[in-house]
Write a protein that binds this ligand. Structure first.
Ligand SMILES: [Zn+2]
Length: 195
């Protein structure tokens, strides 16, 4: 809690992080990644535990809803997997992100697998960078799903890719002490950071 007695998003994220991520509730899974902001670590933990407020999960917990169909595409039940990976736009965004990293055709279709994937990185820092990109991309897909649902803001694939490239660079490059990350390479030759 902050000095004025109110929770801010940042302090709430810190609190959840300290209670949930560090307290041995993680069954030995690696949940920390110090290349992304704490909010993204918390989001990732929730996504892997299927604790995001997608319609399917709200329905399971007894919330009275008219429909559990995806509010973006109306083509399937809105589960965590659907929202973050299988929904048409999310899927197209992932394809572009994998293409950017030279990994076409290897998209993982389960959130648990995708968020714990270490790619084809050869070093520990490379694995952390790849995981940080996966987490950042999932987080941005989710925040944009919310903006669409609550504010009717649109997001298209080229804008999404650009936002993911810019924000993941801002988050990761500034926190990465072991490797200097250059913007031009990040955009055009990111694979070198996985070595
Ligand atoms: Zn959908």
């Amino acid at each position: 809690m902050s000095n004025n007695g109110l929770f801010s998003t940042g302090t709430l994220a810190d609190w959840i992080s300290s209670k949930l991520l560090l307290s041995g509730h993680n069954n030995g899974e690696t949940l920390r990644n110090n290349l992304v902001p704490k909010e993204i670590e918390v989001f990732t933990w929730r996504a892997r535990k299927k604790r995001l407020p997608v319609l399917f999960e709200l329905d399971k917990r007894g919330v009275d809803l008219n429909s559990v169909c995806c509010p973006l595409c109306d083509g399937d039940i809105e589960s965590v997997n659907h929202s973050l990976i299988l929904c048409k736009q999310a899927f197209d965004v992932w394809c572009k992100v994998f293409e950017w990293w030279g990994r076409s055709g290897t998209l993982l279709l389960q959130v648990e697998d995708l968020l714990s994937d270490t790619g084809y990185a050869r070093s520990d820092i490379g694995k952390s960078i790849w995981q940080a990109v996966m987490w950042s991309c999932s987080y941005l897909i989710w925040t944009n799903r919310n903006q669409k649902v609550f504010s009717n803001k649109c997001w298209n694939v080229p804008v999404a890719l650009n936002e993911i490239q810019v924000k993941s660079y801002e988050w990761i490059a500034k926190r990465c002490k072991n490797k200097s990350i250059d913007w031009h390479n990040w955009l055009h030759n990111p694979q070198i950071y996985l070595l």
